[in-house]
Design a protein around this ligand. Structure first.
Ligand SMILES: C[S@@+](CC[C@H](N)C(=O)[O-])C[C@H]1O[C@@H](n2cnc3c(N)ncnc32)[C@H](O)[C@@H]1O
Length: 390
């Protein structure tokens, strides 16, 4: 099975509402999506294409390459169909694999049962051809097979990513309520920040937004931080393809930016963690960190983007302390950030109202299962109108 050179359906998954940003990345790489849906993008390509996608994408979770689509009404039919696939050409009999699934079939009460059926078919097939059975288990750090089974329609994929791409491998210390890296980078893409003007991130926590901004500005891809992917454990893998793509990405990454990225937080610990994470990502020299109340964050005269991700407590209801904080965020943007575009990422619409400025856009996101908004404020100066109060 020549998966490295045969075009087939590729599904790139992402967290809910990140697909517009994923689509943009996929198109920038020269691929043409054939379908975009809430949690992913579909295109045609080879596993060699998947290598480039894994290394380049910032907003994705998994890159799945289709092996076969078939009909299966129940677990028995699923097993029999899977037994016909030449797994011995994909998974080394001395190797290790794991199975993941997304199943909605009346006979399957727990996804673990479907995973066991897939595993049994693969093991039985390889044992019958090679005489030896490969090992399998829950760790997604070698070959990963993914089953997507809805009613009687089944798709079986190679998960060429393995562990999720949505985490960008530099955050060794999470801090309090950190944003998922793929979400953070998508929110920055949603601002249309030009990647060459000031970027300020007060309340930076573990530094995710500032670090992602630095990675975007220097064209440095988080894929460079990882040396293990699912595709490396598929038979026929040629490591020169991976190292060539990696070298290309390394060569184009800029070392410096000609503007400031500023990150502050009131907590010493948070700033310490953020600095360590930035160092791991190799962008600590590009970010000016300081410990202070957000309202004392230095705001350079050359405008750009200022972005907040304050705590938001429960989704509904206003919390007295947070209410005061949100009101002060509005006052700070209005008084000290004129000329900038301001953004607040929050999951609490009641607190958002307290900011007291009229949002020019309310961009929809999810943080995990929580419905969130990235609120945009045009903080006009001089000849333009003053920011509107609600
Ligand atoms: C939700 S967390 C930010 C998480 C961050 N986006 C990340 O990915 O790690 C909010 C941060 O605001 C900080 N904070 C709370 N009140 C503050 C204030 N008055 N001034 C500055 N920072 C504050 C907290 O210390 C916390 O790190």
């Amino acid at each position: 099975m020549q998966v490295f050179h045969t075009e087939n359906k590729i599904i790139i998954t992402c967290n809910k509402r990140l697909s517009p940003y994923l689509q943009q990345e996929v198109e920038d790489l020269g691929f043409k999506p054939v379908r975009v849906f809430q949690t992913g993008v579909e295109l045609l390509g080879t596993v060699t294409d998947c290598i480039a996608l894994n290394l380049n994408l910032r907003c994705a979770s998994q890159v799945l390459y289709l092996i076969k689509s078939f009909k299966a009404a129940d677990p028995k039919e699923l097993y029999e169909e899977l037994l016909t696939i030449e797994w011995e050409q994909l998974i080394d009999f001395s190797g290790y694999f794991s199975v993941t699934s997304n199943v909605n079939n009346e006979h399957i009460l727990t996804p673990l049962f479907a995973n066991v059926k897939v595993k049994d078919a693969i093991v039985d097939r390889i044992k019958s051809v090679k005489g030896i059975r490969p090992n399998s288990g829950a760790e997604a750090n070698k070959t990963v097979v993914h089953l997507y089974w809805q009613d009687s329609d089944a798709d079986i994929f190679l998960d060429t990513s393995g562990e999720t791409l949505a985490k960008h491998s530099y955050r060794k210390i999470p801090g309090k309520a950190p944003m998922l890296e793929a979400l953070a980078t998508s929110t920055i893409m949603a601002t249309n920040w030009d990647r060459k003007s000031t970027f300020i991130n007060p309340m930076c926590g573990s530094g995710t937004l500032a670090i992602e901004a630095a990675l975007l500005a220097t064209d440095k891809h988080p894929g460079l931080f990882r040396m293990n992917y699912g595709f490396m454990h598929i038979m026929g893998y040629d490591e020169t393809v991976f190292f060539t793509e990696r070298r290309k990405l390394k060569d184009k990454a800029k070392k410096e930016t000609g503007f400031k990225i500023i990150a502050t937080d009131i907590s010493d610990d948070a700033v310490d963690i953020a600095q360590k994470n930035a160092k791991t990502a190799g962008v600590d020299h590009l970010i000016e960190f300081s410990v202070c109340d957000f309202a004392d964050t230095p705001v350079p005269e050359e405008p750009g983007v200022i972005m907040f991700n304050p705590e938001y407590g429960e989704r509904l209801g206003v919390h007295t302390k947070l209410e005061a904080t949100y009101k002060r965020i509005g006052d700070f943007m209005k008084k000290d950030c004129l000329g900038y575009r301001g953004y607040v990422f929050t999951g609490n619409p009641d607190l958002a109202k307290v900011i007291g400025l009229k949002a020019s856009r309310r961009i929809e996101f999810y943080n995990g299962k929580l419905d969130c908004r990235l609120l945009e404020y045009e903080l006009y100066t001089g000849s333009k109108r003053e920011p509107k109060e609600v």
